[in-house]
Design a binder for this molecule. Sequence first.
Ligand SMILES: *[C@@H]1O[C@H](CO)[C@@H](O)[C@H](O)[C@H]1NC(C)=O
Ligand SMILES: *[C@@H]1O[C@H](CO)[C@@H](O)[C@H](O)[C@H]1NC(C)=O
Ligand SMILES: *[C@@H]1O[C@H](CO)[C@@H](O)[C@H](O)[C@H]1NC(C)=O
Ligand SMILES: *[C@@H]1O[C@H](CO)[C@@H](O)[C@H](O)[C@H]1NC(C)=O
Length: 227
Amino acid sequence: MLFPSLGALLLATSVVAQDLSEFTGTWSSGSGKVITGPNFADPSEAAFKYPDVAGISYSFTESGYFELARYRFISNGSEPNCIRGVLGWLHGTWEVLSNTSIVMTPIWGDGYQQIQDPCGANSNFVENYNGTEIYSTYAFSTDAADGRRRFQLFEHNGVPLPPMFLISETPTMLPTNKLRNVSAPATVDKNKRELGSESGSGDRVNVADKAAVVLSMAALGLSSLLI
Ligand SMILES: *[C@@H]1O[C@H](CO)[C@@H](O)[C@H](O)[C@H]1NC(C)=O
Ligand SMILES: *[C@@H]1O[C@H](CO)[C@@H](O)[C@H](O)[C@H]1NC(C)=O
Ligand SMILES: *[C@@H]1O[C@H](CO)[C@@H](O)[C@H](O)[C@H]1NC(C)=O
Ligand SMILES: *[C@@H]1O[C@H](CO)[C@@H](O)[C@H](O)[C@H]1NC(C)=O
């Protein structure tokens, strides 16, 4: 091509034009074991079906609904034996802003997450999670090796999430209406279903504080994500 920069410019323009149909479908990171929909979350019970391995998955409909599924391990360098597992599920509506940032607004009271902290006073619990997800930008590409469609989200601070691949052009999602009755207690102790080690450090850290730490760690991208 004589003017490759013109091609790049046209490409950039088409990104700004935001063809939302490109988002439509279900995306999953890594080996594709974490997938939104009924094989991951059971919101009526605030329960999860544990995937074999960690990963993230997002589904989008062109009509403006999203669902996300996350199973992440978060390590803390000063406590190398205390890797926390966090399972999370959320759904609601999404939009792309004119500056290419993406805002995902949850259906209030439907989202929840399970935190498995082998060193915590309460080592395994479920809590509500309604955080609005804000991503600074996104990128689509085609994998050079196998031609799969690739999608990447960047956190509000620019840190990229693991790349995801299109696993289904039809979104695999639970119903997009409100699915939980959240007059139930916000925190459910799941110790009897604990996956992690039993060894407790004996510290008496408040559960809510600990959850807030995990959440803000995830939000700030300070933690290493072993995905
Ligand atoms: C890591 O663990 C130490 C010791 O418990 C704690 O003081 C520190 O805040 C933790 N770091 C993060 C990022 O959570
Ligand atoms: C999320 O929703 C639950 C249930 O409605 C509520 O108790 C909780 O305070 C909310 N949490 C946040 C962080 O908004
Ligand atoms: C895009 O605009 C929104 C709304 O004004 C803002 O919150 C967000 O930080 C902006 N994104 C970037 C990457 O500047
Ligand atoms: C929500 O739970 C409350 C208390 O158990 C119950 O009275 C109410 O009927 C429930 N609402 C729905 C929509 O399930």
